[in-house]
Design a protein around this ligand. Structure first.
Ligand SMILES: NC(=O)c1ccc[n+]([C@@H]2O[C@H](COP(=O)([O-])OP(=O)(O)OC[C@H]3O[C@@H](n4cnc5c(N)ncnc54)[C@H](O)[C@@H]3O)[C@@H](O)[C@H]2O)c1
Length: 333
């Protein structure tokens, strides 16, 4: 089997998870090019794979690489760093897996989405939770019960260490940057939303004390999302906790069952007959990467659970929630 030749644009934290996948896939993947403006990061990445094509950024990589030298790209850069990072891949016809959020500016993401549609390029987005065995169980279980009900979703914790998380203008806010995983999870389970209303709050995290001086993102937000079939989800996001681990995940109340999904860890299913606790049994990022590589190899896009076009729907919902936070209005789709 010929190895799929992969390049990395961005060698930071999240890229490291994809690199770990490829270290487990050395019989089918060869990382041949890496790019990052931070020298230590690009060198460390190159060393992992014995890779010789090392670039200082995406521009230098695209100036030297083509469809003939690269079969696929992983784009894992800060939300604000998306410039022509994707359009140059599209022009060159190189399939890419891109991390969420795919852009800080939804309009620009829509333009990129159109270009992808016109060319038919294979893409995948880093919504890793779609590849979880626990998500599969929930997705299979839901249609067996009366439709409708309440969902409580939460992603509450501290402030991630990366510099760009401190400002809403560079991270997009927690819902867009982080809790978009559960936004996407809700769409995966319930389909397209009907409406969203959201609020946000600041004042708990003290800039310069609990966070960097420039901190100006929301400490917490709450989004109420209506879906068809009488499903209402309340999704909370919070980044003000310190030294404690609030419960994160989805808590789904059906007429005769409760599905208590503890974020990327386990699923507790309660029925009138008792309780079953199922631990996560897969490495979902590895499955995401395997699906992308298999799609590149075979052309079978059905293996990819969220491509750029599908991911735009989750981004639209998260950005609409942001708009609702600003305007106080309900946004209808
Ligand atoms: N899917 C997930 O579960 C998951 C988890 C964590 C982060 N993420 C997402 O991944 C993205 C990256 O997050 P991170 O934690 O790795 O951030 P990071 O800051 O650790 O890494 C980003 C890297 O991109 C590099 N970079 C910036 N511009 C570049 C360019 N033009 N060319 C090449 N490299 C460039 C930076 O120098 C940096 O090393 C974010 O969008 C984040 O939301 C996804």
């Amino acid at each position: 089997m010929e190895k799929i030749r992969v390049g990395f644009i961005g060698c930071g934290g999240r890229a490291g998870a994809h690199m770990s996948s490829f270290l487990e896939m050395t019989d089918e993947v060869e990382v041949v090019a890496v790019a990052d403006p931070v020298e230590e990061r690009r060198l460390a990445a190159a060393e992992k794979f014995g890779c010789k094509r090392i670039y200082k950024d995406h521009t230098e990589l695209y100036d030297h690489e083509s469809k003939e030298t690269l079969d696929a790209l992983i784009i894992a850069i800060e939300p604000t760093a998306h410039t022509d990072t994707e359009t140059r891949a599209i022009e060159k016809g190189i399939p890419f897996l891109i991390e969420k959020p795919v852009h800080i500016d939804l309009e620009k993401a829509e333009e990129i989405g159109k270009k992808i549609e016109e060319t038919g390029l294979i893409t995948a987005v880093g919504f890793q939770d779609r590849y979880l065995d626990l998500m599969d169980i929930i997705k299979e279980e839901l249609p067996k019960h009366k439709t409708g009900g309440l969902v409580y979703g939460a992603w509450v914790g501290g402030i991630p260490g990366v510099w760009w998380w401190q400002k809403k203008s560079t991270c997009g806010g927690q819902l867009v940057e982080q809790n978009i995983h559960l936004v996407d999870g809700l769409r995966y389970l319930y389909g397209e939303p009907l409406s969203v209303y959201a609020t946000c709050s600041r004042g708990i995290v003290r800039p310069g004390v609990d966070a960097k001086e420039e901190y100006d993102t929301d400490d917490h937000s709450t989004a109420v999302i209506r879906f068809s079939n009488n499903v209402t989800a309340t999704l909370v996001s919070g980044c003000y906790s310190r030294g404690v681990r609030p419960r994160c995940g989805l808590y789904i109340t059906l007429d005769d069952m409760v599905l208590d999904y503890r974020l990327r860890n386990n699923l507790i299913i309660s029925t009138p007959d008792g309780e079953k606790d199922i631990p996560r049994g897969v490495n979902q990022t590895l499955l995401l990467d395997k699906a992308f590589i298999a799609a590149v190899r075979t052309g079978d896009r059905s293996l990819i659970r969220s491509d750029y076009a599908d991911s735009l729907k989750s981004h639209r919902l998260a950005f609409a929630a942001n708009k609702s936070m600003e305007t106080g209005e309900v946004i209808y789709f």
